[in-house]
Ligand binder design. Structure first.
Ligand code: ADP
Ligand code: MG
Length: 616
């Protein structure tokens, strides 16, 4: 005669069950995750008992989690060979609250407009998620303790549960869910398989579904680095990255403070965004003790690290967060900051240790780093260290860091100089470059259209201001050349040119930085540069023509074209005017800013005619 005992649920459990049973949750499937997590916990605890010398019933039985589905009966059963539960433990664990979890969870549900059960497991009440899908739950359990016997626990959710002795049970726990009519899908093997693959792929004990082994990839992020083989890492990358190539970089680290984190991050070998695949999404999944909390977790990394793939596992995920608000929690921000700083440090180290790999990385991902400089104040400095540019003192194709540039700066040089240019040849022929070549100051050659914004945001590096060459206030720092105009004559000429060109030019000044070029244009707007104007022009192609921009003109008082102009301007003002106009247009051509060359060509042809007329 079996003696069935009938028990009441504790009031709070009853309240919780009310909500769980009667609310319509979209992610009901998480009950699979919760019951498997409990089964895995039970196996883990058994292992601990065994290793600490406890007598264990059926100690030769290996840890195993088995799931069977029965679509005829409309049921699903989860069985484990873990430590099982005694009569007392069944009462305590599945009927009362041993911890404050239920209260916290109820409070959370009450506060939310759209309650999210997804995190039920983190409140220590995961077991009850079974009642979202089951009309009846039967638990058969036999404790590991040799002197204990088996028990059956059954409940239909409301009211309470029954306990009955059960003979001949093996060690462990077997939970059968008789599914509600609207949850019969969970009796389908392929539905359940998909859920297990999603949430429980890394559970550290074998999971079998209807006899088929499911979780074959290990949660290697939780293992000691030194024990993991290269092939295991690559296999894992194939799994999380859905990529058959090898990753470019891999960072595996763990931290205890300020947060407990285990992370395994990969940089894919290719940047999928430039491959024309559109904007990519971060593929870093967030786990809590090897169980998936959020796939492609938003907010875990800044946007500009969206090329990363991998896993972050943190035990510190608090009890009071829900999926929707996860992004905003200060914990998420803390995680983000720690992870990002660590990853940037890693890149910096790689750039030293694995220079060739870093170069490849930079070629693929520089745009992301630059996006970071422009959008992310917190990590700007660390990002600045990672930038690389071609330089006037290095061979074409070789790149330098800003740190190395600063090391090479002569003591009289106070600023870092950059020249935005379409290519190396144009840079070396640029009038803006002349003064730097003369003074032997290194100039970084920037070829990427984004670089100007990047440099502007970076502003300075190691305390040294970063200046665009065309904005640099730099002298040749040498005595006046033979044949150069006197200061007064040069000033007078500048005044005359301004008068002659009128609105076509802003200010006209005597330059102290030109060697070979007769003149340069410099943007009158302190914050504008020629390349910026070019970019704006390119973006606004279809818009109505804007008011013409004026540039300042700087003239080289030692250039023969300038000295001769001064000599003839009194005698032949017609010719002088044409030459002055041509000098301005030539300077604009050099800066890439001449919109319409037709007027300039007509003038140039007239000038050539005059030259030839003189010769014949
Ligand atoms: P949590 O797992 O966070 O403690 P749950 O509501 O999921 O919360 O489970 C409550 C308790 O029930 C567990 O702590 C555990 O003691 C017990 N339990 C649940 N499932 C099992 C199982 N398969 N084997 C042994 N004990 C279990
Ligand atoms: Mg649990």
């Amino acid at each position: 005669m079996s003696k069935t005992e009938t028990h009441q649920f504790q009031a709070e459990i009853q309240q919780l069950l009310n909500i769980v049973i009667h609310s319509l949750y979209t992610d009901k499937e998480i009950f699979v995750r919760e019951l498997i997590s409990n089964a895995a916990d039970a196996c883990e605890k058994l292992r601990f008992k065994q290793s600490s010398g406890n007598g264990v019933f059926q100690s030769e039985t290996a840890p195993l989690i088995t799931i069977t589905t029965d679509d005829q009966a409309g049921s699903i059963t989860i069985t484990d060979t873990g430590l099982g539960m005694t009569h007392g433990e069944l009462v305590e664990n599945l009927g009362t609250i041993a911890h404050s979890g239920t209260k916290a969870f109820l409070k959370q549900l009450a506060e939310e407009k759209k309650p999210d059960v997804g995190l039920i497991g983190q409140f220590g009440v995961g077991f009850y998620s079974a009642f979202m899908v089951a009309k009846k739950v039967t638990v058969l359990s036999r404790s590991f303790a040799p002197e204990e016997s088996g028990w059956q626990w059954t409940s239909e959710g409301m009211g309470g549960y029954d306990l009955t002795p059960a003979a001949d049970l093996p060690r462990g726990t077997k939970i059968t869910l008789e599914l509600k009519d609207d949850a019969k899908d969970f009796a389908q093997a392929n539905t359940v398989e998909r859920i297990i693959q999603r949430y429980s792929s890394f559970v550290p004990f074998p999971i079998e579904l209807n006899g088929k082994r499911l979780n074959t990839v290990q949660a290697i992020w939780a293992r000691n680095k030194n024990e993991i083989k290269e092939e295991e890492y690559n296999e894992f990358y194939t799994f999380v990255g859905h990529d058959h190539e090898k990753p470019l970089f891999r960072l595996h680290f763990s931290a205890d403070a300020p947060l407990a984190i285990q992370a395994l991050l990969f940089v894919p070998p290719r940047n999928f965004e430039t491959l024309g695949m559109g904007r990519i999404d971060s593929e870093v999944n967030l786990y809590c003790r090897k169980v998936l909390i959020q796939a492609k977790a938003k907010g875990l990394f800044p946007e500009w690290l969206r090329f990363l793939k991998g896993v972050v596992d943190s035990e510190d995920l608090p009890l009071n967060i829900s999926r929707e608000t996860m992004q905003d929690t200060s914990l998420m921000q803390k995680l983000n900051k720690v992870l990002t700083s660590r990853f940037l440090k890693f890149l910096d180290e790689q750039s030293e240790k694995e220079a060739a790999a870093y170069e490849k990385f930079y070629a693929e991902y520089q745009r992301f780093l630059k996006e970071g400089v422009v959008t992310d104040f917190t990590h700007k400095e660390a990002l600045g260290k990672l930038l690389r540019f071609e330089s006037s003192t290095l061979d074409q194709g070789k790149l330098t860091s800003l740190a190395d540039y600063v090391k090479r700066m002569p003591s009289e040089q106070k600023e870092i100089y950059c020249l935005l240019t379409p290519n190396r040849a144009a840079a070396e022929a640029s009038p803006y470059y002349e003064v730097f070549r003369e003074r032997k100051f290194e100039v970084l050659f920037l070829y990427d259209a984004w670089d100007e914004f990047v440099i502007e945001h970076l502003h300075a590096f190691e305390g040294k201001p970063i200046k665009l060459a065309e904005k640099a206030e730099l002298d040749l720092n040498e005595p006046k050349k033979d044949g150069a105009l006197s200061d007064e004559a040069a000033k007078a000429l500048a005044g005359w040119i301004k008068q002659t060109l009128g609105d076509k030019v802003g200010e006209v000044r005597v330059s102290k930085r030109l060697v070979e070029s007769p003149a340069v244009v410099v943007d009158a707007d302190k914050f504008m540069t020629a390349s910026m104007r070019r970019m704006m022009k390119a973006m606004k192609q279809d818009a109505a023509p804007e008011a013409p921009v004026t540039q300042d003109l700087e003239i080289n008082p030692a250039h023969p074209l300038v000295t001769r102009l001064e000599a003839i301007r009194q005698k032949d003002s017609g010719l002088a005017t044409s030459v002055a106009e041509q000098i301005l247009d030539n300077a604009r051509v050099a800066a890439g800013l001449l919109d319409d060359p037709r007027a300039m060509l007509t003038r140039l042809n007239h000038l050539l005619e005059r030259v030839l007329a003189k010769e014949s």
